[in-house]
Design a protein around this ligand. Structure first.
Ligand code: ADP
Ligand code: MG
Length: 595
């Protein structure tokens, strides 16, 4: 059934068409003679409003709008990993090959390579077996890092027939037919899924394991769980993109989905050039072999920003369904919100705060609510997770604006980037007083068992020192440091050691770019041991200047750069140095160690 309507109104990415009988809400349509991709966003009688995801210049009233019969959907199957897509899942390399460097409009490119034959390993399912949605029926080694699990699509169950044996197949091959009450379903290597509909799961589970990021200020002070949500708000140039790139590189997830949404294109190019060279510390494989990039950069159509967000989160859920831990980064959700505002304005909707549509917060919420750790559908009790980390770019760095406040309602980690820290080149500029994580109590058990029983205890002591330091800084501002008693001077000095020697972390340093939890644990121990031993002397009346040996302090400040993740034994040397240093002082001032 070929449905065709007629365009009568064009306003930027918003198009209206009449004679749209038989179309459905959120249907993907092809607009104009050049067949631009669009989506029906409102339908009244046979009048439709369409959001077009490509440049609409040149479209004229009277041109046709044809239906696809599909909701705006993505194609999910082998070939996703390592790809770079635009917001509506067109592979950028294919687009470029077809049209030169400028993306020509109206090109319908297959999201996945239909010709490539994959080595398919079939499961034990045989003709006559009952299968259910989510059940894994075959596996494909998609890259050196990812085994792609071919699953019965959700909402399909029945009796398997015509089951193929293992072999080399293109993704369009039917691996089996599933006979069910509503007819026969061919199960291919790929499935389609409408992006606006969350993929179903059996049960949401509480957070349990941290998503280790390799960034100390995050993992130690404000950790995120696998399946957790976080926002990184920060003004221009405070380090949002660098943090997001660091997460994409080092987060211990099985699959990474990186959405460049409305930001500069050269940042995506950097990722593209860098990732294939970088090695995944978990398995020694190139990082690109677990990564999917979605690029809807600032030079691409504004309306496709929203599509890029939905495309990304749907892919994330798909890999979650395989039982993987997926981490998704979106840089920046503010550009998506701005796109919503622009479209809403063109639709002449009643604006709310700062011109954003009244449904802004609920849209943001719908996105973050698709994160989580879950028992996924299928027959084998798999657990998977989607962690979501969104950058927020408040104009002028004002955190009271609607996108930041709207986001805050739905996320559980808030990593607030601080302009003053960024200006002082303290990176990452995550403010340790205003940021928070609501996962610490849930992650404590895992970290205690797998890293160190005392880890969170030491973390709390760091927070305490930093908080006390903040209070003391107010006094210092007024009357200077000299008036402080030695005990407080020591806190200020140790706090500085924590800020410079621990929280600052150079993303571009070979050694320090990625800091594993074991190393974080050793560093916490060293700094706190130093503090405790120094404090014991100071409380006995020894001057701070005595306990603050420059060489000693330098060694501690530089351990992050000097000791790589695989040389943990080197911390023993530092510990010995510190203990020898203080043993001598103790002797000199006759302080007993047991005292
Ligand atoms: P934003 O995305 O917030 O506009 P960027 O992430 O592009 O800001 O960061 C701006 C600059 O700050 C970077 O180009 C880099 O020089 C510096 N920077 C940010 N984070 C770090 C870091 N962790 N280590 C070193 N330099 C950093
Ligand atoms: Mg940026």
């Amino acid at each position: 059934m070929d449905k065709t309507g007629e365009m009568y109104f064009i306003n930027g990415p918003v198009v209206k068409a009449k004679k749209m009988t038989g179309f459905m809400m959120h249907e993907m349509v092809l607009v104009g003679n050049v067949k631009l991709t669009g989506e029906i966003i409102s339908l009244e009688g046979d009048n439709a409003t369409i959001q077009v995801y490509e440049e609409t210049t040149g479209l004229k009233p009277g041109e046709p709008v044809s239906g696809t019969g599909d909701l705006l959907s993505v194609t999910l199957g082998p070939g996703l990993i390592g790809s770079v897509f635009d917001g509506i899942q067109r592979p950028l390399d294919v687009l470029k090959a077809q049209s030169g460097d400028f993306l020509e409009r109206g090109i319908i490119a297959n999201a996945l390579d239909m010709k490539k034959a994959w080595d398919v390993q079939m499961s034990k399912v045989k003709d006559g077996d009952e299968v259910v949605g989510g059940q894994i029926i075959a596996t494909v080694k998609e890259t050196s890092s990812v085994i792609h699990k071919i699953m019965i699509p959700p909402n399909i169950s029945g009796i398997a027939q015509n089951v193929k044996s293992s072999g080399k197949y293109t993704i369009d091959t039917s691996l089996m037919t599933v006979k069910s009450d509503d007819g026969d379903h061919e199960i291919k290597l790929y499935q389609r899924w409408p992006v606006r509909i969350p993929r179903p799961y059996i049960e949401r589970l509480a957070p349990k394991e941290p998503l280790v990021t390799g960034i100390r200020v995050i993992d130690t002070l404000f950790p995120i769980s696998k399946g957790g949500t976080a926002a990184i708000p920060g003004g221009f140039g405070t380090g949002k993109t660098v943090v997001q790139h660091q997460l994409a590189k080092w987060a211990d997830a099985d699959v990474i989905i990186y959405i460049g949404c409305g930001e500069r294109g050269n940042e995506m190019t950097e990722v593209l050039e860098e990732f294939p060279q970088l090695i995944d510390p978990r398995n020694g494989k190139p990082l690109m072999e677990r990564t999917i990039l979605i690029a809807n950069t600032s030079n691409m159509p504004v309306s496709a920003r929203e599509a890029s967000i939905y495309t990304g989160i749907t892919m994330a859920e798909y890999f979650r369904d395989m039982g993987y831990n997926v981490a998704l980064m979106a840089d920046s959700t503010s550009r998506w919100a701005e796109a919503l505002r622009e479209i809403s304005g063109r639709l002449e909707e009643m604006p709310a705060e700062e011109g954003f549509p009244p449904y802004l917060a609920s849209r943001i919420g719908d996105f973050y609510e698709r994160a989580g750790r879950a028992k996924v559908i299928g027959d084998d009790q798999r657990i998977g997770s989607v962690s979501v980390i969104g950058a927020v770019s408040p104009p002028g760095g004002d955190f009271s604006e609607p996108v930041t406040t709207g986001t805050k309602r739905f996320i559980r980690c808030f990593w607030e980037l601080d302009r003053q820290l960024a200006n002082a080149r303290h990176h990452p500029s995550i403010n340790w007083l205003d940021s928070y994580s609501e996962y610490t109590s849930e992650l404590k058990e895992w970290v205690s068992k797998n890293v160190d029983e005392k880890f969170y205890n030491m973390r709390d002591r760091f927070m305490q020192i930093l908080t006390e330091d903040d209070n003391l800084q107010q006094i210092i501002k007024l009357v200077g440091e000299d008036v402080l008693p030695d005990g407080q001077k020591l806190i200020v000095r140790v706090a500085n050691m924590i800020k410079v020697g621990y929280l600052q972390q150079d993303a571009f340093s070979d050694v320090d770019s990625n800091c594993q939890l074991k190393k974080q644990d050793e560093m916490l121990k060293i700094i706190l041991n130093y503090y405790d031993r120094a404090n014991k002397l100071v409380s006995k009346g020894v001057a701070v200047s005595e306990v603050f040996d420059e060489n000693m302090v330098n060694t501690i400040m530089r351990m992050k750069e000097n000791i790589p993740n695989d040389k943990m034994e080197a911390f023993k040397d530092i510990e010995t140095q510190i203990n020898t240093f203080f043993d001598q002082l103790d002797k000199k001032y006759q302080v007993s160690v047991e005292a």
